[in-house]
Every structure is written in structure tokens, then in C-alpha cells.
Ligand binder design. Structure first.
Ligand SMILES: Cc1cc2nc3c(=O)[nH]c(=O)nc-3n(C[C@H](O)[C@H](O)[C@H](O)COP(=O)(O)OP(=O)(O)OC[C@H]3O[C@@H](n4cnc5c(N)ncnc54)[C@H](O)[C@@H]3O)c2cc1C
Length: 330
């Protein structure tokens, strides 16, 4: 920019004024056609669901350091080719990744043009803190948020984890909807019951609370036996829950990893899957291939039965999502 002009246009120097007018007109056209699309607001994910057009979404977690962010950038670049309908970014227990979740969400949206759904959790936050995080996303054009209670960080007693009456996923939904009714909110659902819920029935009553508070769709906890998802969907329908219920699928990477995860979230590991992983031997690549095969069979069956899409827990790795996309297209 010329230092002699304060409006951002170059000065005319000794050239005639008509030259300036035409240059200004050209520059305005260039300015008009080069509007940064990332400055526009996202479409609500709820508008993307359509019968016969299953949505594909991918979940990232915020890396710990800049090297991890660079690796995530490479994963995101590789995944552009499969054009996910949206990507989500998790929020660390108790707000531990607040900055990184925002940073990675902006990166995925602005550098790669993905529709991004950051997660946001209540644990260890006041209403004002949750509102501030949501407001930052909203100001950046994000219109989709996964609203959750969150898990307690290790060692944090439940008595001090919740503030301001912000205790459950439904409280987060109600808060965000009161702030911005046009926000599209996803919530978590538990095909094998939330581990803390006293019964399936109680858990469904609470899931219904989230939908009644304004949630537009449910993404499920991971599961490996589709029968659990089908039973859950039937129960949800019987409980009057009418929003899309998107199955969450995680391709297995190792028996140790998946045993740890299922111990935490309560998902059942079918014997047949354990056998397949054991048969794959010690090579990580063979185990990964067995995990992808299982996930592929799960997704094919889910889509054939009319699931509204699938959400992949990709653990910041591109390979499973890419291989699954090829397998599903075949
Ligand atoms: C798709 C998905 C994404 C996730 N992403 C993250 C993430 O980014 N960060 C993170 O920390 N965790 C994440 N989690 C884990 C999640 O935070 C935990 O499972 C947490 O324990 C529950 O959160 P929620 O909002 O689903 O629970 P809630 O809906 O609040 O339910 C939690 C428990 O409380 C019960 N309950 C709900 N409302 C009431 C009520 N009014 N009265 C009494 N009991 C009630 C429920 O039955 C359930 O047992 C995710 C889970 C899923 C399924």
C-alpha cells in the first residue's frame, strides 16, 4: 500500500485521472471476486441431512504442540480428497485444550475449507466461560457446535467440577441456544448406555432433554456391534426422539488401545473382533487393516439399513478414512 494514501488505494502519480478511475474499477472487481469464503458463516449441519445422502464426518483432537499441529495439517490435506461433510474437533477434559481446539478449528476451516464443528464441554467452566468460547466461534462464522457435559479430569472431584448450575449436556445446549438460536448443536448418545446412568430408560429421558433443549442431531459413542446401534435407535424412536442419530465408528489400531478405550466408555468388544485382531499377528499394519475391514463391514451394514451417515473417530490419522472411502465407493 502507498504510504501517501490513507484509503488503501495507490496514488495516481503523474498519470491521467481516467487511468485512475479504470484502475480503481478493476481493483474493485478484483476485491469483489476475491472475498474470502472463510469469512462467511457455515451452513448448519442439520440442513445437510437428506434421505439417501448419508453424511460423512471425521473427528480430530487438538495436538499438544506445534509439531502435532503440523502433522494434523498434513492429515487434513490428505483428507480433503474425500470431501467430508464436516469435521469436528474435541475439547480436552475440563477445558485443557481450549486454545488448541479454537486454533485447530480455525485452521481446518480457513486453510482447508472444511465445515467445522468444535466440541465444547461444561466440566470446570462457569456459564460465562462456556459462553465466551462459543462467542469466539460464532464471531468466526462457526454455526455448529457439539455440546457436551465432558468427562472429569483425573483427580477432579465431581463436587467441584460443575459451576453455575451448568452440569449436563442439556444445560450446555440450553445456554448456547439462548445465546444464538441459529446455532446447530450436536449432542452425544450412548448405544450401550452412558456408564454413569442407572438404566437405559433414565439415560433416554436425559437424551430427550438434550433434544428438547434444542439439539439438532445425535452422534453416538463408538460401538463395534451394530445390533447395539439398532436397538438404541428403536429405543430413541419409542422415547419420541426424532433427530438424526449418526453412528460413531472407530477403526481399531491395536488391542491394547481399544481395550483401554472400551474400558472407559463401556462399549462391548465382540469376541469375533478380538479374534480377528489376534489373528492379524504383531504387525501394526496388519492389525490396522483388520480394524479397517471391521469398520468397513460395520459402515456398509449401517448405510444399507438407512443410517443418516457415519462419524469416524480417526485419531488424527488419514489412512483409515481414506481406505474406508475407497472401500465404500467400490
Ligand atoms: C460424540 C461424542 C463426542 C465427545 N467429545 C468429547 C470431547 O470433545 N471432550 C470431552 O471431554 N468428552 C467428550 N465426549 C465424552 C463425553 O463428554 C462423556 O461421555 C460425558 O461423560 C458425557 O457427556 P454428555 O454431554 O454426553 O452427557 P450428559 O448428557 O450430560 O449425560 C451424562 C450423564 O448424566 C446423566 N444425566 C443427564 N442429564 C441429567 C439430569 N438432568 N439429571 C440426572 N442425570 C442426568 C445421563 O444419563 C448420563 O449418565 C464425547 C462423547 C461423544 C459421544
Amino acid at each position: 500500500m502507498s504510504p501517501s494514501r490513507r484509503d488503501g488505494w495507490p496514488s495516481s502519480g503523474g498519470k491521467p485521472r481516467h487511468w485512475l478511475r479504470s484502475a480503481v474499477a478493476k481493483a474493485r472487481i478484483i476485491e469483489f471476486v476475491s472475498v474470502d469464503p472463510s469469512s462467511l458463516s457455515d451452513r448448519p449441519i442439520s440442513e445437510l441431512f437428506a434421505p439417501g445422502r448419508p453424511l460423512r464426518s471425521l473427528e480430530f483432537f487438538p495436538p499438544r504442540d506445534e509439531a502435532g499441529v503440523e502433522a494434523l495439517r498434513q492429515t487434513a490435506a490428505a483428507l480433503q480428497s474425500i470431501e467430508p461433510d464436516f469435521v469436528s474437533v474435541t475439547y480436552g477434559a475440563g477445558g485443557s485444550t481450549q486454545q488448541r481446539t479454537a486454533q485447530v478449528s480455525s485452521l481446518l476451516r480457513h486453510e482447508f475449507g472444511f465445515t467445522v464443528m468444535p466440541h465444547l464441554t461444561a466440566v470446570n467452566h462457569s456459564r460465562a466461560e462456556v459462553a465466551a468460547v462459543a462467542e469466539t466461534h460464532y464471531a468466526r462464522g462457526i454455526r455448529n457446535i457439539m455440546a457436551l457435559r465432558g468427562d472429569l479430569p483425573n483427580g477432579m472431584p465431581a463436587a467441584t467440577a460443575f459451576k453455575d448450575g451448568l452440569h449436563f449436556g442439556s444445560d450446555v445446549v440450553a445456554l448456547l441456544k439462548a445465546m444464538h438460536p441459529d446455532l446447530c448443536l450436536g449432542v452425544g448418545g450412548y448405544p450401550e448406555k452412558h456408564p454413569e446412568a442407572p438404566s437405559f430408560e433414565a439415560d433416554l429421558v436425559n437424551l430427550r432433554r438434550k433434544v428438547d433443549a434444542g439439539a439438532s442431531f445425535i452422534t453416538t459413542q463408538l460401538f463395534f456391534d451394530n445390533a447395539a446401534y439398532y436397538r438404541f435407535v428403536d429405543r430413541c424412536h419409542a422415547a419420541g426422539i426424532r433427530v438424526p442419530i449418526v453412528p460413531g465408528i472407530m477403526p481399531v489400531l491395536s488391542l491394547r488401545q481399544i481395550t483401554r478405550i472400551t474400558d472407559m466408555c463401556g462399549a462391548t468388544l465382540p469376541e469375533r473382533l478380538i479374534e480377528r485382531i489376534e489373528d492379524a499377528g504383531d504387525e501394526p499394519e496388519s492389525i490396522e487393516a483388520a480394524g479397517i475391514d471391521w469398520a468397513l463391514a460395520q459402515i456398509r451394514d449401517l448405510l444399507a439399513q438407512g443410517a443418516p451417515g457415519y462419524h469416524l473417530y480417526i485419531l488424527n490419522r488419514a489412512r483409515s478414512a481414506l481406505t474406508l472411502a475407497v472401500g465404500l465407493a467400490a
